[in-house]
Design a protein around this ligand. Structure first.
Ligand SMILES: [Zn+2]
Length: 152
């Protein structure tokens, strides 16, 4: 069922198609209930897709065996490639966590509320990233804080 989703390509492809799907389904004239329903379905799809991608890439993230008879360059290639796979996996794991947390909020009837300020998250934002836990304002604030932390 989700085989089309499992690919070595990064997740943008999946997300891109979901966003397009979202744009088609979620029109401005739809009642909020229906918009939320489509978002819940997209959360389910996203969780399945990320889970599949993570299990597909787990082997590629395994430590490079330095004892193997690689040539000098190809060993460096292998390590570099592995680092890219690992970095991508970290992003996906975070996203998967957020997706699971968002589905929990659906179950508790709290979905769509910012977990920082309790205000409603903008629908446009939910449509772009249904798993987001923050409204625009809180997200901006968080990113600004992370940047200043990195600078110090
Ligand atoms: Zn907020």
């Amino acid at each position: 069922m989700i085989s089309h989703v499992i690919s070595s390509e990064p997740e943008y492809e999946v997300l891109g198609s979901m966003l397009r799907l979202g744009e088609v389904i979620v029109g401005d004239d739809l009642p909020v209930d229906e918009i939320l329903e489509t978002l819940v379905v997209r959360l389910q799809d996203l969780e399945a897709a990320l889970t599949a991608q993570l299990s597909a890439s787990s082997e590629a993230a395994a430590p490079v065996d330095l004892e193997q008879p690689f040539g000098r360059l190809s060993r460096m290639d292998a390590i570099q490639q592995q680092q890219m796979v690992r970095a991508a996996r970290v992003g996906k794991k975070i996203r998967l966590q957020q997706t699971k947390a968002a589905r929990m909020r659906v179950q508790r009837g709290e979905y769509g509320l910012c977990i920082a300020c309790d205000d409603e998250i903008e629908l446009k934002r939910l449509q772009a990233r249904p798993e987001t836990p923050y409204c625009y304002a809180c997200q901006d604030e968080m990113e600004a804080r992370q940047k200043s932390m990195r600078r110090t």
